[in-house]
Write a protein that binds this ligand. Structure first.
Ligand SMILES: [Zn+2]
Length: 269
């Protein structure tokens, strides 16, 4: 065995790993997530401009005074979120909205939001990450919302009872699921829609899926599970959306050598 060769020193003009210019990072994120190609009600991309050099990243599902303050206290230069501050409505800079901006700006913290582009992303998306955790086979996109398919469906490598499947999801998220057993008691063909996916029960039935795994229940879709004969496992809006921001932050570490931290602020919803 020969000893490994020492690696060449990096050329002096090469960007140093462990830090990146904010504008470079934002360009990379916009491109990687196809932010400009995906219609959404969320204003995806850089929502608050902070320091020009990013050395540390925090990731969180939601934006609130709490998550912004936590990010600032953790020494992060950029907070990566799934749910940002802007949802298609003009907002006066008053009350909690003002306080959120104040916390971020006084800490020189960048805020980057990726909503639908992160639900739907084939590599680091919420649905894709859950599909991978379940070893879903032949994963294909479905569940279009605003023209983008945010869900993934496919087959489990082995069939299991609905109870065992729900237990598995509970282990994955750490939270108790709500199960509406409208379909057959054996789970094999599964659709996954992170967040609010109850509106896709009919589509799941049309695709021949026996089970839909999503986040948040919606009262108006209660009967759909039983009348379309699809099992629906509600694992929590928050709990199904921790996967994307974590995977994206890990991707930034891989690309740019940036250390990151997940800020867990569960909502119980
Ligand atoms: Zn969501």
């Amino acid at each position: 065995m020969t000893a490994p060769l020492p690696t060449d020193p990096a050329p002096t003009d090469a960007p140093q790993r462990g830090e990146v210019q904010r504008d470079t990072l934002v360009r990379w994120l916009n491109e990687y997530l196809r932010v400009n190609q995906i219609s959404d009600v969320s204003m995806n991309g850089l929502q608050i401009e902070g320091t020009g050099t990013v050395r540390r990243v925090a990731a969180s599902v939601d934006t609130s005074v709490k998550t912004l303050q936590h990010a600032a206290d953790s020494g992060a230069d950029l907070l990566l979120v799934h749910h940002g501050l802007f949802w298609g409505e003009p907002l006066p800079v008053t009350g909690p909205h003002r306080e959120r901006l104040r916390v971020a700006i006084s800490a020189d913290l960048n805020l980057y939001a990726a909503h639908l582009p992160l639900d739907a992303h084939p590599e680091v998306g919420n649905s894709a990450m859950i599909a991978r955790a379940l070893s879903l086979q032949n994963a294909r996109p479905f569940a279009a919302w605003m023209g983008t398919e945010a869900g993934v469906y496919g087959e489990l490598p082995f069939e299991q009872s609905l109870q065992d499947f729900a237990d598995r999801i509970q282990k994955l998220t750490g939270e108790i699921c709500l199960v509406h057993g409208g379909g057959i008691p054996t789970v094999g063909r599964v659709g996954i829609v992170s967040g609010s996916g109850a509106g896709h029960i009919a589509e799941a039935a049309a695709l021949g899926l026996d089970t839909l795994l999503t986040g948040e229940p919606e009262h108006k879709h209660f009967s759909d599970a039983f009348e379309y004969r699809v099992n629906v496992v509600y694992a929590g809006h928050y709990e199904t959306e921790v996967f994307g921001v974590r995977a994206l932050a890990a991707k930034l570490e891989e690309e740019f050598g940036l250390p990151w931290q997940f800020l867990h602020h569960p909502t119980g919803l």
